[in-house]
Every structure is written in C-alpha cells, then in structure tokens.
Write a protein of this length. Structure first.
Length: 201
C-alpha cells in the first residue's frame, strides 16, 4: 500500500470524524500529557515516550464520546550493540465510544489509525481497544483493557496485543491523573508503565 493511499484513507477518516463531531452535542475541549517508560524484554532496551493528547469530549449519550489526536515522540535510552538508537514520532487519530453497564461499571471501545515516522521504516498502523472501567467511590477508577495493534500497509513486525490495567484519580471535576501497567505480546515482548494527566476546560 502506497503512502498516497494511506494519506487518502486518513483524510477520509478525518472527514468521518468531522461529520460525527458535528452531529454530536459537544461537552468541551481537553488536553492530556502522558509519559511512558517501556522495556523490550528481548533486548533489555529501555524506551522513553511523551505523548500530547488534545481532544474534544462529547455528550455521554453520543455515539462517539471522545475524539483525540495523539502526538507522540519516543526514543531508546541508548544505542544498541550496533550503535543504532531508535527514534520515532507518531501521529494517531483516536475515537472512543462508551456506555455505563450498571452502578460503578462501564465499558468503552476506542481505536483509530495513525502514522509512525522513524529512523528505521515509516509505516501506517491502527488499533482497537475494548475495555472496562470500575468505579471505587467518587474519585477512584480502575481500567482493564486489551489493545490489538497492527500495521495497515503490510509492514511486518507490528502485530502486537497489549494488556492494560491501572487506576485513575480525579483531583477535581477538571483534572485527572492516570497510572497504567502494560504488557505487550506477539511480534514484540514489552513491559511498560505510564503516568498521565488530563485537564478538561
């Protein structure tokens, strides 16, 4: 699949998002910042990542509850035995649908498509992530999710499954802190932890 075809598909996805966003009742803007420390269990290499996540929240009754643009920059902590140090920038458009299942429990499904620009081989990728959220009181929440990731242009080595779990704490109605543990299987064997902050305007 050519880069032109990938760009065309991302353009159509953007138009769909604009249509959905225009049809939904908007609740407001938000922005998130996330840090992730990841270890490749095969090589022992550590990788540090920062992600900026501007987004727009919609009514809980809307088909799409949240649209986000994830802007990620990551790099290995050092060079490998061949003197190579991996660096990557990613741009990812993500949508989320969610509903309450009952008192203190909700589900969500989120996913989207994006592009990785790196110093090895650039590629397009997508993922889908179903998950559960369990509430503990007014401020605490626990998330359990599975993410299925793969390239969308035939690039090998990107078929990965991630198990994601961790708590969230609401500082107030506009600010939330998240902590996540992640285990990845498949073409990559990774373990990581994440900490993030979200501010709602």
């Amino acid at each position: 699949m050519t880069q032109q075809l990938i760009r065309s598909k991302l353009k159509y996805l953007g138009l769909i998002i604009l249509f959905v966003c225009g049809a939904a009742h908007a609740d407001g803007a938000r922005i998130g910042l996330e840090y992730e420390s990841e270890k490749d269990k095969k090589t022992g290499m550590m990788n540090d990542s920062f992600t900026l996540k501007p987004g727009w929240e919609f009514s809980k009754d809307s088909l799409i509850n949240l649209a986000e643009l994830l802007i990620d920059r990551n790099q290995d902590a050092g060079a490998d035995s061949n003197g190579f140090r991996a660096r990557e920038s990613k741009l990812f458009l993500r949508l989320r649908h969610g509903r309450n299942l009952g008192d203190g429990i909700a589900y969500y499904v989120r996913g989207g498509a994006g592009r990785s620009t790196n110093n090895q081989r650039n590629f397009g990728y997508a993922y889908v992530e179903p998950g559960l959220k369990l509430e503990f009181g007014e401020r605490w929440e626990w998330t359990l999710a599975i993410r299925k990731i793969n390239s969308i242009d035939g690039t090998r080595g990107q078929n990965v499954r991630k198990f994601i779990a961790g708590p969230s704490f609401s500082l107030d109605k506009n600010n939330e802190i998240e902590f996540r543990f992640v285990k990845a299987y498949g073409d990559k064997d990774l373990a990581s932890w994440q900490i993030g902050h979200t501010h709602r305007f």
